[in-house]
Design a binder for this molecule. Structure first.
Ligand code: SAJ
Length: 436
């Protein structure tokens, strides 16, 4: 029996022992899906607190309730460890580790390299290894393959290697790991076939593509598309601001077009760990290939300029009330990078607070999802305060993140002046409201 036939049999009979490296918002849901499909799954992470929590049956990921995870751990279907040597007895390995940017906007591949170095120590024939971390086209075949392939261990014959972009959208109630179509591309056709077979055991829809590079590029197109269109929405907002046009009304009316248009909205800037990051993995790689990613650079510039534009808007609004920004109290509503979540990574609110601080404003904030902001060289240490009390005493309130839980009616009533960067006050008319 060939390695291909042997692994295929194990996967089809669900006796393959599944391994997932990196137990974050991508890895842990994947562990649960394959365990619920009937596989024995071992999660591996370098963070012992994550490993211990899972071993206790406790989930730390908002989309995976503890009551779902606990029975799987109790039944032995799910195990967790920080010891990579267990991979010598695993048949499949999904790598779901972070791919951030360095300060220089270059890709930080250290998490992938470190994980692969550990896995390579215990790697054996008959294994399916799949990279899921968002990365530049060429990572799997140029960087990862040479770490596993030898004269005796060849991809497509002795083991199988694929790339499959993660598409997890934390907090999205309609689309979770199981029902999000899964793109997968292999180093060889046999690799693609094995990867597609694997995912089809636990996920609703699998989309095989011709290579790992196609699969890597799919994800970058998806998120670059989003980043550039947000950049366009922001540039349209700058135009409308200059021409005295309500950009929100323009977008809402354009969105009535039943085809050929997709609404994106302006805002205070671009936050999160995907959209501001992923496109720069692509532009970094294309630069090496001798082609400029001009749309990405331009959109990055426009999105990056929005915090400055918002702080100028605050300064001008105070000026119209005969108040200098310096010494005025400005209250920031919402610091997470988007509504109804607690993640502040790359949040434009941090840039806005930094710029207000530099211009001498007295700053406070409210975010029910972010009780405390740690001093990080960009923002001072701050704690979230009561929104209505703060709104009543501040010279200006600025809505940066439009959490649904805010009582906007009360805030409009109490505030002297409000700058709304998210159209959270749509339909409310007052001379104290200044809109993006
Ligand atoms: N933003 C705007 N205007 C918009 C949309 C977003 O300014 O019209 C801002 C948000 O406020 C935020 C940033 O862009 O600061 C990113 O927002 P996002 O809605 O793209 O949310 P993310 O970063 O959580 O993106 C994820 C991505 N999912 C994956 O990569 C698997 C993205 O592909 C999804 O499209 C997105 O979620 C989603 O639709 O929720």
């Amino acid at each position: 029996m060939t390695h291909f036939e042997d692994l295929k049999r194990k996967i089809e009979s669900k006796t393959a022992h599944v391994g997932v490296v990196g137990l974050g918002y991508v890895g842990l849901p994947l562990v649960v899906e394959f365990a619920q499909a009937g596989f024995n799954v071992t999660g591996i992470d370098i963070d012992q607190t994550k490993v211990d929590a899972i071993s206790r049956g406790e989930s730390y990921i908002q989309d995976i309730p503890t009551e779902v995870l606990a029975p799987l751990v109790k039944s032995g279907k799910v195990k967790a460890t920080s010891d990579f040597s267990v991979t010598s007895s695993l048949d499949t390995l999904n790598i779901c580790v972070p791919t951030p940017l360095r300060k220089t906007k270059d890709p930080d591949m250290s998490f992938i390299v470190n994980a692969c170095q550990e896995l390579a120590k215990h790697f054996h024939a008959g294994t399916l290894v799949i990279l899921e971390s968002t990365t530049y086209p060429g990572t799997t075949d140029e960087l990862m393959l040479p770490m596993f392939q030898t004269a005796e261990l060849r991809a497509g014959e002795h083991f199988f290697m694929c790339f499959s972009p993660e598409r997890v959208d934390p907090g999205n109630a309609n689309f979770q790991t199981k029902n999000i179509p899964k793109v997968v591309g292999g180093i060889t056709p046999a690799c693609t076939e094995m990867g597609a077979l694997f995912y089809s055991q636990a996920l609703d829809t699998v989309v095989p593509v011709g290579s790992t590079r196609v699969a890597e590029m799919v994800k970058l197109l998806e998120n670059t598309f989003r980043m550039i269109n947000i950049g366009l929405a922001n540039e349209i907002a700058l135009m409308c601001d200059r021409m005295g046009i309500n950009v929100w009304e323009v977008i809402d009316a354009a969105a009535t077009k039943p085809f050929g248009f997709m609404p994106f909205y302006p805002g205070p800037g671009l936050g999160g760990h995907c959209i501001p990051i992923d496109p720069f993995y692509l532009s970094w790689k294309t630069k090496q290939a001798g082609i400029e990613a001009r749309f990405i650079e331009l959109a990055g510039h426009i999105n990056g300029s929005m915090p400055h534009f918002i702080v100028d808007k605050i300064q001008n609004a105070l000026n119209d009330h005969r108040k200098p920004l310096k010494g005025s109290s400005v209250h920031v509503l919402g610091v997470a990078y988007k509504r109804d979540i607690d993640d502040v990574r790359e949040s434009p609110a941090l840039d806005i607070i930094h710029l207000l601080d530099k211009r001498g404003a007295k700053i406070s904030y409210t975010d029910p999802y972010v009780p405390k902001l740690r001093a990080d060289g960009v923002v001072p240490e701050m704690c979230s305060v009561d929104p209505e009390t703060a709104a009543a005493s501040a010279d200006c309130v600025v809505i940066v993140t439009d959490h649904k839980s805010f009582d906007y009616g009360k805030i409009v009533e109490k505030a002297r002046l409000i700058v709304d960067t998210r159209n959270a006050l749509k339909g409310r008319e007052s001379t104290k409201i200044v809109r993006l």
